[in-house]
Design a protein around this ligand. Structure first.
Ligand code: ADP
Ligand code: MG
Length: 371
């Protein structure tokens, strides 16, 4: 078992507050990803869990034991960083064996563990090579192997794939996710890349300016972002944001006005009783469809100025209601040359609303794309 519990964790360097009041429960076997922009405090939080950074205040528990004052080496964690930090003069085999030799483990047990880790990571054929004879992806697998041989309770990863090219990153992403399935360990993984977070995590923790913005499954964060920040951070291309005004509301719906002539009821619960306040309408590029004329859909005229063909999808870039918008084209009839006006629709159930502070209003209906 390996549960990690953070209660009121803070980090400050002098007067500078880096992390504020972090409460988080990580269950046994969970794959948890800390994601957020650069400087949001992800590495500092991970390093505090790993024992590499002092905790200013709050309580850190691993399996109900308070570990604030326990040395990194005694927390039984396996850490993998962006830089592989392999010993250049040692073979892969000896790089893997090194931490076990340091722990004074018996020779045959070391050999067994090295063999098992090498098999798991498919690097058995590389055991007698030196790090310089390996590709970037192979080196990173050795670095992961070095964490595995110690059979830690929890794995901590800090942007381990950032030095790899795109193709390798995708391969390693899948490898690490498979590794998690095979080992069943608790894993905590830091990245600034929302695609990595979405594809690997059971649970995503979005950090912003040293605070937790939202904790949830990839599905929750995509469909029910708690704030405009999370809505814009998760999903690519980014969610479109259009200013609008609250016009009216009943118990289960809010009526918004996008212009003098254009208003719509959305299945979203408002928190205010008076109309007229400014809101932001959020529409994901992938939620645009061809207009069907059915009630409840919001039809938007987009003045397209750029068409992007990705092969599997076509994205239209342009302007709607005075703002930049991106929409996935429901068909691929658009060619780079034929920019122009296009009418696209979004179902009212797929719309998001945010108040002036960026807080999401509660969506009551399951969105069309829910499943
Ligand atoms: P992330 O990993 O999300 O990019 P970090 O945890 O590395 O963010 O850093 C969070 C913030 O803490 C940053 O603003 C960074 O400048 C600051 N910081 C990190 N280490 C120190 C330090 N030793 N002294 C002062 N500030 C630091
Ligand atoms: Mg970092």
């Amino acid at each position: 078992m390996a549960e990690v519990r953070l209660e009121g964790i803070r980090k400050a360097y002098g007067d500078l507050e880096i992390l504020r009041n972090i409460d988080l429960d990580i269950r046994h076997g969970e794959f948890v990803v800390f994601v957020g922009p650069s400087g949001s405090g992800k590495s500092t939080l991970l390093r505090m869990i790993g024992g590499l950074e002092k905790i200013t205040s709050g309580t850190l528990r691993i399996d109900d034991k308070v570990v604030n004052k326990i040395d990194a080496a005694d927390r039984n964690l396996g850490m993998v960083f962006q830089s592989y930090a392999l010993y250049p003069h040692l073979s892969v085999r000896n790089n893997l064996a090194f931490p076990l030799k340091m722990a004074k483990m018996k020779k045959d047990e070391i050999a067994g563990r090295v063999q098992a880790a090498a098999a798991l990571l498919q690097i058995e054929h590389l055991l007698d090579r030196k790090p310089r004879q390996l590709s970037g992806g192979q080196r990173q697998r050795v670095a992961i192997g070095r964490a595995i041989v110690r059979e830690p309770k929890v794995f901590l990863f800090d942007e381990p794939l950032s030095n790899l090219d795109t193709e390798l990153r995708v391969q390693m992403r899948v490898q690490i996710a498979k590794l998690h399935k095979q080992l069943g360990n608790t894993m905590i993984y830091v990245t600034h890349d929302q695609v990595e977070a979405m594809t690997m995590a059971d649970k995503i923790v979005v950090l912003k300016d040293g605070r937790i913005e939202q904790v949830g499954s990839p599905h929750d964060l995509y469909h029910r972002p708690a704030s405009k920040f999370v809505a814009g951070f998760i999903g690519s291309p980014r969610m479109n944001f259009l200013p609008c005004k609250e016009k009216g509301s009943d118990q289960a719906r809010t009526e918004i006005a996008l212009s003098d002539k254009m208003s719509r009821w959305l299945p979203i619960q408002t928190t205010s009783s008076k109309g007229g306040r400014p809101l932001t309408l959020g529409i994901r590029p992938d939620d645009f469809v061809a207009p069907t004329g059915m009630p409840g859909e919001l039809v938007v005229e987009i003045d397209v100025d750029f068409v992007e063909h990705l092969g599997s999808a076509t994205y239209l870039y342009g302007t709607a209601l005075g703002d930049h918008v991106v929409a996935r084209s429901p068909n691929d009839h658009f060619h780079a040359g034929n920019a122009g006006r296009v009418l696209l629709a979004v179902s009212a159930a797929d719309c998001h609303l945010f108040d002036a502070e960026g807080k999401a209003l509660t969506r009551l209906e399951a969105p069309r794309s829910w499943n």
